[in-house]
Design a binder for this molecule. Structure first.
Ligand code: MG
Length: 379
């Protein structure tokens, strides 16, 4: 929902920046429009409907009375009857009076449809915000993401120039990202310089844990925000200044929804799913598993004490993303960690090789230009 409601606006705090500094324009470029109360009572609203055969259509409604849009609290079904006799229903909630001057009838059912599930993700925006049309939500999301993508491209370019391999660790809260990071740093830091950007709504606890290993870390507090964005990461990069050829680990805010949409300039997203969660997470939060290059199935040392069906979980994950690599690990016992470390080291090697290539190309270009200048001088 963060791409539609702008929930983090004005809340970002980057560790080390001045306490009273307001979020700089480059970090808070999100614009969004909310409409509340009765001042939009006469505006047309667009409703999206999905039919059983999967087709979606939209049509405008005009609400000619006051109404509020706190939908979920008082949701009820609206049935639409079309001219050709087909009937479909969809969930709405209104806690004020309203009238519809649309071209079709609404049949309100007191009973009979209460068992039907509500799905607010079937419209073009695949989300719902009270009082906002689907087309407006799509527009806002495009605006937010295109601005984010511009920052992400800048971060990616900077990281590529420095030959830094960057992973964006995403998961639910409590999947074990920080412990995994601490163990990873302990194992790698003799051979690879590692630094970390930590994302949490509040506190510097995770950055403090990382710094206790001796690795540099910067905490980004997102306040009400539910994800890191590329502008925040860009500002953290300015402060962190990762060494050439190093490994940068970004620990995103614990959230399997919003971080999926935000490119930070990383090489890959790595999703961490712990066996203390449900094996059906990949199906429930497909965007995140679809976006990830690698899934770490963490806390496998706890399997003997849990009813967790590993095979089913892996099948669900592969159904969502057949190309995603999957690695069972336990950060606590070290099981599977060697393969994870090798995967990271391979990424570091590739980032360094990529940088070396571009440095060589640059040197060749400089030599060519010097030869041209020499020729011009001879003329
Ligand atoms: Mg953490």
């Amino acid at each position: 929902m963060c791409t539609t409601c702008g929930c983090g606006q004005g809340e970002t705090r980057i560790e080390g920046e001045h306490e009273h500094e307001h979020v700089m324009p480059d970090g808070t470029v999100y614009r969004h429009v909310h409409t509340h109360g009765s001042d939009h009572a006469h505006e047309a609203h667009t409703h999206f409907h999905r039919h059983a055969d999967g087709t979606v259509h939209e049509h405008a409604h005009v609400h000619d009375g006051e109404h509020a849009h706190d939908h979920p609290a008082a949701a009820h079904e609206h049935e639409h009857r079309h001219a050709d006799g087909t009937v479909h229903s969809h969930g709405h909630a209104h806690d004020g009076e309203h009238g519809h001057s649309g071209a079709h009838d609404h049949h309100h059912h007191e009973n009979g449809h209460a068992h039907e599930d509500l799905h607010y993700g079937l419209g073009a925006a695949r989300a719902h915000a009270p009082g906002m049309s689907q087309s407006r939500m799509v527009e806002i999301e495009r605006d937010i993401l295109s601005q984010n993508d511009a920052y992400a491209a800048r971060n990616r370019e900077l990281l590529r120039e420095r030959g830094v391999f960057t992973v964006n660790l995403v998961s639910s809260p409590g999947a074990g990202k920080t412990t995994l990071l601490v163990k990873t740093i302990d194992a790698l830091r003799q051979s690879v310089p590692v630094c970390v950007i930590e994302g949490d709504q509040q506190t510097t606890m995770d950055a403090d844990r990382i710094r206790a290993t001796g690795a540099p870390a910067i905490q980004v507090n997102t306040g009400k925000g539910c994800h890191l964005d590329a502008a925040m990461v860009g500002r953290a990069l300015d402060r962190l200044a990762p060494a050439d050829g190093s490994l940068l680990m970004i620990e995103n805010v614990g959230n399997l929804v919003c971080p999926a949409a935000f490119d930070l300039g990383e090489a890959y997203k790595v999703v961490v799913l712990s066996v203390t969660e449900g094996e059906d997470k990949p199906l429930k939060y497909p965007d995140m598993f679809h976006a990830a290059k690698l899934m770490l199935l963490n806390k496998i040392d706890l399997l003997p004490y849990l009813q967790f069906d590993v095979d089913r979980c892996l099948a669900y994950a592969r159904r969502v993303n057949p190309d995603m690599a999957i690695l069972p690990v336990s950060a606590t016992t070290g099981e599977g960690m060697q393969t994870w470390l090798e995967w990271l080291v391979q990424g570091v090697r590739e980032a360094r090789a990529d940088r070396a290539e571009s440095v060589d190309a640059l040197r060749r270009r400089v030599t060519e230009l010097e030869a041209q200048i020499a020729r011009l001088k001879d003329c």
